[in-house]
Design a protein. Structure first.
Length: 449
């Protein structure tokens, strides 16, 4: 009914498009039949047909309904006929019997107002769409460029790895050749040994010939020279014969190639793709900051995931605020931002146990300055971190002891009075270069490789 133009049901007009539908007779009517039908059946219900849209205007399109669309279902935002809201629900009827139903006149003004809003929305969307598409293309091209650069970087690294592996393979193969040739029997010795019987035979024949001519003084110099040659041949023969005896004893070859079986596992897990740009941070505001942060921290610890646990502007600055978010957590990054755009913080590996004024030991803790691009090791691990009401976070040792510390400052009325800083007591030097006005603290949990 929905996919083709309706024709008149009267046989003589079967090629003429229908313009109406009688829900009582269940027939389609052309313009020639309409007046006759209305004259004969003035109480029948006729509905217009829009052949351009291939639908019945104002008639329910559900199978076997053919009723006027008089009702509106608020649950499903659609028009219904009397069969749709039938109290008896079957396969074809009553699908909306339990819905919130009203007559369509009751929603006329609501839909009219909604239409105005929709037109305004679409006009605004249309006006901004060109710029949005242009911006999207720029973002796409940038992302695509980054993707291709990343793929090229991976290809270059693995090309270097393959080149290094091939070079190492060649080195080992050459080393095997050298060891076997120098220590064990080689092909040259086999070739020499194969010549040995003939060399001995020729020397014997030459010796007998010299012996028969020994009294011929006219050939004395030649005879003596031949004797010298035979003596030299015997040296060579003895050397070859000694090698034969020596290498015959090397029946058990004990040179082996050794490599840990883990090389397959290591190779399969070589490299990782890090989605560091999705870090949820208000302090690291751009890719440059994120890259700098990642490169600095990964120089000390390799990590593949970072998750925001706490943000001061969102969660509060009191000790209990911290406790609710980070207590019993480990492998944490503390990140501070001050008014003069100084970014610094610390890494704590141990599981946090917040007890007022109590220090925790951590031999892996360090503080860092993103602006200085430096890591500062805490030299007294026994005083790695402390939490208390007055100064909620203290990372590193205090007093005049050697080492670095990170001080959150003093809190009063949920505000920091003193400015957070990194300080080197040994040099009496503030490493954050006079940081001022605390803006934000974020604490992240990281996962190691």
């Amino acid at each position: 009914m929905e996919n083709e133009k309706k024709k008149c049901s009267f046989k003589e007009h079967k090629d003429i498009d229908a313009i109406s539908y009688c829900s009582d007779c269940k027939i389609s009517i052309c313009n020639k039949c309409k007046n006759y039908h209305q004259g004969l059946f003035e109480n029948h219900h006729l509905y217009n047909i829009d052949n351009n849209k291939d639908i019945f205007i104002n008639i329910c399109k559900k199978i076997n309904h053919f009723n006027k669309l008089e009702f509106y279902c608020k649950n499903h935002n659609q028009l219904c006929c009397v069969a749709c809201i039938s109290k008896i629900e079957t396969k074809e009827f009553g699908q909306h019997k339990n819905c919130d139903i009203c007559i369509i006149e009751d929603i006329k003004e609501e839909k009219k107002n909604k239409l105005k809003d929709n037109i305004k929305y679409l006009e605004d969307l249309s006006n901004n769409l060109d710029n949005s598409i242009k911006e999207l293309k720029i973002v796409f091209n940038k992302i695509n460029k980054n993707k291709e650069e990343l793929k090229t970087k991976i290809q270059n690294i693995f090309t270097k790895i393959r080149t290094t592996l091939n070079e190492r393979e060649d080195e080992l193969l050459l080393e095997v050749d050298n060891k076997y040739n120098n220590i064990f029997c080689n092909e040259d010795i086999i070739k020499e040994s194969e010549k040995l019987p003939n060399k001995i035979k020729l020397s014997i024949e030459k010796g007998k010939l010299i012996n028969n001519e020994w009294n011929d003084n006219n050939k004395l110099s030649s005879i003596i020279n031949d004797c010298i040659n035979i003596e030299e041949n015997i040296k060579i023969i003895n050397l070859i014969n000694d090698n034969i005896k020596k290498y015959k004893l090397n029946k058990d070859i004990n040179i082996q190639f050794n490599i840990d079986d883990n090389y397959i596992k290591i190779t399969k897990s070589l490299g990782q793709i890090l989605d560091i740009f999705n870090i949820d941070s208000l302090i690291l505001k751009n890719n440059e900051d994120i890259n700098k942060f990642y490169n600095l921290i990964s120089s000390q610890i390799k990590f593949n995931n970072i998750k925001l646990l706490y943000r001061s502007s969102r969660d509060g600055l009191k000790l209990n605020d911290l406790k609710n978010k980070i207590n019993n957590k480990s492998k944490l990054i503390f990140l501070f931002l001050t008014g003069n755009t100084r970014i610094f913080g610390s890494f704590i590996k141990v599981k946090i146990d917040i007890k007022d004024g109590t220090y925790q030991k951590d031999e892996n803790a360090f503080v860092f300055s993103l602006n200085n691009n430096k890591i500062y090791k805490i030299l007294i691990p026994e005083k790695a971190i402390r939490f208390c009401e007055g100064d909620p976070i203290l990372i590193g040792n205090t007093g005049n002891s050697n080492g670095f510390y990170f001080d959150s400052g003093t809190i009063y009325d949920n505000k920091l009075l003193n400015y957070p800083k990194i300080y080197d007591f040994q040099k009496n030097n503030e490493l954050t270069e006079n940081s001022n006005k605390f803006l934000e603290l974020e604490i992240f949990e990281i996962n190691f490789n």
